[in-house]
Design a protein around this ligand. Structure first.
Ligand code: ADP
Ligand code: MG
Length: 236
């Protein structure tokens, strides 16, 4: 489904990604892992077309640049300007309107889809709260509700498990299972190394270059972790 070929990105001449090639299939839940600064967010932003790159990014064999509507993006929460005056309701509504266009649906139908997405993330009572008054987990669920409303085929999530509560974590995991079952493709970034990584179908170990691309069992070796995170790292 997603096919990345020789992707390189440089910031002012410094290579953040060096000729990375990988492919993701339908119904796959893949972890993109590596230390801080490895280039994980950069890879996601390149796929989204938020920065210029060398190489190719294809979705179903065609350049992804014209198919961005198919991608749901959940940004790293620390990179968001939370002072922006929006509510869960308005965030999800914007995504819906972008997908469907103004006037294509009656207001009541639009509200129904909106409410359904918010309900699935347990956000209905909070739908009119300013987003900067929500907890980290609740904010995360707003972006998941937006992704649901968007009806995307590819889900890119940047460090979604950082600083969230148990409820949000378990909601996210069952959401990913559901997406997998319906044949969606899910890529989740994480800088943490630990047992939680065993949940993924496959792990991509990144540190500027792609160091490993295999099942968690194969990727999670001491050799790999030390190659990516440094020789001092031994917590397997
Ligand atoms: P990760 O998400 O894995 O922590 P990033 O993709 O954010 O890594 O960053 C990869 C490298 O690129 C880092 O060395 C980072 O400092 C650098 N970098 C990221 N964004 C920028 C930017 N806008 N300008 C310059 N350098 C950047
Ligand atoms: Mg990052």
């Amino acid at each position: 489904m997603l096919d990345i070929q020789n992707l390189s990105v440089a910031y002012r001449g410094n290579l953040a990604l060096d000729s990375v090639s990988l492919a993701l299939g339908a119904g796959e839940w893949v972890g993109l892992i590596g230390p801080n600064g490895a280039g994980k967010s950069t890879l996601i932003k390149a796929v989204l077309g938020l920065l210029s790159y060398q190489g190719q990014v294809l979705w179903k064999g065609k350049p992804i640049s014209r198919q961005r509507q198919k991608i749901a993006y959940v940004p790293q929460r620390s990179q968001i300007d939370w002072d922006f005056p929006v509510t869960p309701w308005s965030v999800v509504k914007m995504a819906l309107v972008r997908r469907l266009g103004w006037g294509r649906l009656s207001n009541s139908k639009l509200d129904w889809i909106l409410k359904d997405a918010l309900e699935r993330m347990d956000l209905v009572p909070l739908r009119h709260c300013p987003i900067n008054e929500l907890s980290g987990g609740q904010q995360q669920r707003v972006f998941l509700a937006r992704a649901i409303a968007q009806q995307a085929d590819l889900f890119l999530l940047d460090e979604p498990f950082n600083g969230i509560d148990r409820q949000t974590e378990s909601m996210m995991i069952s959401f990913f299972q559901e997406l997998k079952t319906s044949g969606k493709t899910i890529l989740v970034c994480s800088h943490e190394w630990g047992n939680a990584l065993k949940r993924y179908d496959r792990l991509l170990l990144l540190n500027r270059r792609l160091l490993a691309n295999d099942t968690p069992q194969v990727v999670m070796t001491l050799d790999n972790i030390q190659q990516a995170y440094g020789a001092g790292f031994s917590a397997l």
